[in-house]
Design a binder for this molecule. Structure first.
Ligand code: MF3
Ligand code: CO
Length: 256
C-alpha cells in the first residue's frame, strides 16, 4: 500500500457520500437477511443484488481473490467469512462486511447482528463493539493523531472485559479500498508514522472485538478469521470524513 494519504476534494467527497450511502443501504439489507434458516450465501445474494441495483459494484468480489460481495462471519468468526452453504440459526450472531464502488470511489461498512433471540453475552458484545467505534471517533478530529482513535477504542473495549484484534486494522479509503493511513484499534503511540488528522481525509474505523483473547487464526480456506480461543467476536465499521468539526459518518443509516 502506498504511504500517500489522499485528501479528498469537495467533488470527490460528494461521490464518496454517494458510494457510502449505497454501502450503508447494503448493510441494512444484509442485516434484514440475518434470519433463521437462511444460508450465508443467501445473505450475500441480497447484499450483492442491492449494490448492483443501486448502480454500484461490489468491491470485495474478486478483491485479492475473495469470491463474494459480502464477508459473512458467524459467531467465533471475526471477519472475512466466505458466504456459502452454512445456515444461520436463532442465537447466532452474524457479521456483515461489504464495500460498494460508485463512480470510482468506495464506501465500506460492517456490523454484527443477532439472528432471532441471542444470549445476553452476545447482545452485550455487539453493543460494546458498536460503542467502541463511537468512543474512537471522538478523536477523529483535526488536532488529534490516528493513534488517539485506537487508544480510545482499546480502553473502552478492555474496560468491558473484552479484547481487540491486533492483526487487522482500519484504513484510509477512496479510489482504493485500502489507502494510507492504517487505523489500528489499539494503542500504538510508539509506532510511526502516526499522522495527524486533516480535513478531507476519509478513513474506516472498524473495531474487531473478541469476548475472550485477541489472538486470531485463519482457517484453511485462507480467508476466514476466527478467534483462537473460539470465543464470540463482533465487528463494526463505518467510513468517515474528517471535517472542521465532528467527523461525518458517511455510511450512516437509520438503523446503524
Ligand atoms: N471490507 C473489508 C475491510 O474492512 C475488506 C474485505 S476483504 C475482501 O477492509 F477481500 F473481502 F474484500
Ligand atoms: Co474496512
Amino acid at each position: 500500500m502506498s504511504d500517500t494519504i489522499y485528501i479528498k476534494s469537495k467533488s470527490e467527497i460528494e461521490i464518496m457520500r454517494q458510494a457510502a450511502k449505497i454501502a450503508a443501504g447494503a448493510r441494512s439489507v444484509g442485516r434484514q437477511a440475518v434470519r433463521d434458516g437462511l444460508t450465508t450465501r443467501q445473505i450475500d445474494k441480497a447484499v450483492h443484488e442491492f449494490i448492483v441495483k443501486s448502480g454500484a459494484k461490489p468491491s470485495c468480489l474478486g478483491y485479492a481473490g475473495f469470491p463474494a460481495a459480502t464477508c459473512v462471519s458467524v459467531n467465533e468468526e471475526v471477519i472475512h467469512g466466505i458466504p456459502g452453504r452454512r445456515v444461520v440459526h436463532n442465537g447466532d450472531i452474524v457479521s456483515i462486511d461489504l464495500c460498494a464502488t460508485y463512480r470510482g470511489f468506495i464506501g465500506d461498512c460492517a456490523g454484527t447482528y443477532p439472528c432471532g433471540e441471542v444470549s445476553d453475552e452476545a447482545k452485550a458484545l455487539i453493543e460494546a463493539t458498536r460503542q467502541a467505534f463511537f468512543e474512537g471517533i471522538r478523536f477523529a478530529k483535526v488536532g488529534y493523531r490516528i493513534s488517539d482513535i485506537g487508544a480510545a477504542v482499546q480502553e473502552y473495549v478492555e474496560g468491558k472485559g473484552y479484547s481487540v484484534v491486533r492483526d487487522f486494522v482500519g484504513h484510509g479509503i477512496g479510489r482504493d479500498m485500502h489507502e494510507a493511513p492504517e487505523v489500528p484499534n489499539y494503542r500504538t503511540e510508539r509506532r510511526r508514522p502516526d499522522p495527524r488528522l486533516v480535513k478531507g481525509m476519509t478513513i474506516c474505523v472498524e473495531p474487531m472485538v473478541c469476548a475472550g483473547g485477541w489472538q486470531i487464526e485463519i482457517l484453511k480456506d485462507g480467508w476466514t478469521v476466527v478467534s483462537k480461543d473460539r470465543s464470540l467476536a463482533a465487528h463494526y465499521e463505518n467510513t468517515i470524513l474528517i471535517t472542521d468539526g465532528e467527523p461525518e459518518i458517511l455510511t450512516m443509516a437509520d438503523d446503524i
